[in-house]
Write a protein that binds this ligand. Sequence first.
Ligand code: C2E
Ligand code: CA
Ligand code: CA
Ligand code: CA
Length: 276
Amino acid sequence: FLPLAAILSALCMMAAAYWLRRKMSYRDEIRRGIARREFSVQYQPIYDIQAGRCGGVEALLRWQRADGRWERPDVFIAAAEAEHMIIPLTRHLFELVAADMAQWQAPRGFHVAVNVAAEHLQGPTFVADVRRLAAQIATQGPRITLELTERSLISDRKEVVRALQTLRAEGVDIALDDFGTGHCAMSYLQAFPLDFLKIDRGFVNAIESLDGDAPVLDAIIALSKRLALRTVAEGVETAIQFAYLKRQGVLHVQGYLYARPMSSDALARWLPTRGC
Ligand code: C2E
Ligand code: CA
Ligand code: CA
Ligand code: CA
């Protein structure tokens, strides 16, 4: 009887400690993770259909804890956004990208895309943060593309438009990410200066699930042509999807069919094997 009570109370204490640790906000954990250099970047190649080669990469943040566990990016990014840690985290990402790019020579006209959150876009340091990254990597050759997602709402549009116009005039490209999944995609199209439209994976999946008929996808492609935006299709996993997208005039594809996200070192080895 006694041992059972002891076990029970020990279990309770463990649960409490676990709960406390969860309460030790993600904020502190992310801050500690940055200090301990637990974050790294994976780069996913994006295929340029017209050029017939890799046109650039998307930088994707990764977090491996001290105990070896990998945190899911969608989970820790959402937590960082919710707990106002996305700006320091994105600045850290910029530093990691700049350090990676200094290790190898990118081909001319190569794009490096980074994801930026609404809070950062609306913050006072945004233009300076992007300029610093541009100053560091432009000498290595790549152009920067900023990927805006409609996941988090941009409230101060005038200021954001001004910041984006400034950066765009300095050679930065702007992409609207995950198009079609948020609430305000259409109004974003009108409000912001854009170069690329990234078609969400969900619409690419529809190609096969709808037996080769994907009316919404077709409409999105037609819309981006009408707006003179370059299209990037995300999550392309099969040759059937690829053939369909190519036939419809999509310019870039990203997905496991072409390449998975990889480390900077792996990318530097991979590019020459793909005519880059
Ligand atoms: P996203 O921006 O839509 O990024 C593309 C996600 O799709 C990546 O997941 C990528 O690994 C995955 N993916 C690429 N090709 C395929 C495919 O063919 N099939 C499937 N099933 N998935 C594919 P990941 O790396 O887990 O990132 C998830 C999300 O986390 C990203 O979605 C992005 O919204 C966010 N994220 C990642 N890194 C950053 C970052 O540095 N900053 C910000 N703000 N968000 C980031
Ligand atoms: Ca993205
Ligand atoms: Ca996306
Ligand atoms: Ca997506």
